[in-house]
Design a protein around this ligand. Structure first.
Ligand SMILES: C[S@@+](CC[C@H](N)C(=O)[O-])C[C@H]1O[C@@H](n2cnc3c(N)ncnc32)[C@H](O)[C@@H]1O
Length: 233
C-alpha cells in the first residue's frame, strides 16, 4: 500500500539525525522540551502502563514517558529511520533499568495482533506520515480498550492568519537560513510543505472521530504555532 512507503521522509531523517537534537533546541530556543512536557502532563501516564512513542526520533517523548511509568511499566520507541533511532539507543545506554525499548519499524508495519498499548504518543510524527487518517487508524488499532493517545505537532493555521504569516516568516527567515549553515536547508525547507499538507485542527478532529475515537480534543499552544491532539478510545 502506498502509505507504507515514504522513503523521502526516511532519507531526510537519516540525514539530519546527527544534528537533529541540536537544531531542534536551537531553532525552538529550547521550547520544544516544554511542549513535549505539556503533552505528557495532559496524557498522565502512570506506573505500570505500557506505552509506545511512534515516530520517536531520538526518543525525547519516550524518556519523558519512561519517568512516569517506571518501575513496572514499559515504553517502546518506534521509528523507521535507523540513524536517528541509534541516537535514541545511545541515549538510553545510561539507563540501567528495564522498561525502555527501541524498535526500527515503519509504524504501518506494526503487527496489530501482537501489540496492545495503554497509551500512544507522537511528537512531530503525524505530519510526516504519508496518510494521516491511516496513521490514526493504526493508533486506534494498537490501543487497548480505554487507551489514550496524544500528538504534538505544528498547528496548520488558517491561510493568511497572523499565526500562519508568523510561521512562514519564521520558517523561511530563521529555520531554513540557520539550517543552511549545517548544509541541511533542503531538508528543513520540507517543514513548510509538510505543514501545508497537514490537516487543520478541525479537520484532524473529524478524521479522528471518523476513525472511531470516542473522545477527541484539539488545542493550540504557543500562540497557535503548535497543536496538541488528544484522543480516547
Ligand atoms: C520530526 S521527527 C520527530 C522525532 C521525535 N518524535 C521528536 O519529537 O523529536 C519525525 C520522525 O518520524 C519518523 N517517521 C516518519 N514516518 C514514519 C513511519 N511511517 N514509521 C516510523 N517512523 C516514521 C522519522 O524517521 C522521524 O524520526
Amino acid at each position: 500500500m502506498q502509505y507504507k512507503k515514504n522513503n523521502e521522509v526516511k532519507t531526510i531523517f537519516n540525514k539530519v539525525s546527527c544534528k537533529y537534537d541540536f537544531l531542534n533546541t536551537l531553532l525552538s530556543l529550547g521550547l520544544h522540551k516544554s511542549w513535549k512536557n505539556k503533552l505528557v502532563d495532559i496524557l498522565k501516564p502512570i506506573d505500570g502502563e505500557n506505552w509506545a512513542d511512534l515516530c520517536c526520533g531520538t526518543g525525547d517523548l519516550s524518556f519523558l514517558i519512561f519517568k512516569k511509568i517506571r518501575p513496572n511499566g514499559t515504553v517502546t520507541g518506534i521509528d523507521s529511520a535507523k540513524e536517528i533511532l541509534n541516537i535514541a539507543r545511545k541515549r538510553s545506554e545510561s539507563i540501567k533499568k528495564k522498561g525502555i525499548y527501541w524498535e526500527m519499524q515503519d509504524i504501518f508495519d506494526i503487527d496489530e495482533n501482537l501489540k496492545m498499548y495503554d497509551g500512544i504518543c507522537m511528537s512531530y510524527g503525524l505530519r510526516n506520515l504519508v496518510n494521516v487518517e491511516e496513521g490514526l487508524k493504526k493508533v486506534f488499532n494498537l490501543l487497548s480498550d480505554q487507551g489514550r493517545a496524544g500528538f504534538l505537532d505544528f498547528n496548520h493555521s488558517k491561510l493568511n492568519s497572523l499565526s500562519d504569516i508568523f510561521q512562514k516568516i519564521y520558517l523561511r527567515l530563521v529555520v531554513v537560513p540557520i539550517s543552511k549553515i549545517f548544509k541541511l536547508n533542503k531538508e528543513y525547507s520540507y517543514i513548510e510543505k509538510s505543514i501545508k499538507n497537514f490537516p487543520e485542527g478541525n479537520k484532524l478532529i473529524l478524521i479522528a472521530k471518523g476513525v472511531g475515537f470516542r473522545k477527541v480534543a484539539y488545542r493550540t499552544i504557543f500562540c497557535n504555532q503548535m497543536g496538541i491532539l488528544i484522543l480516547e478510545k
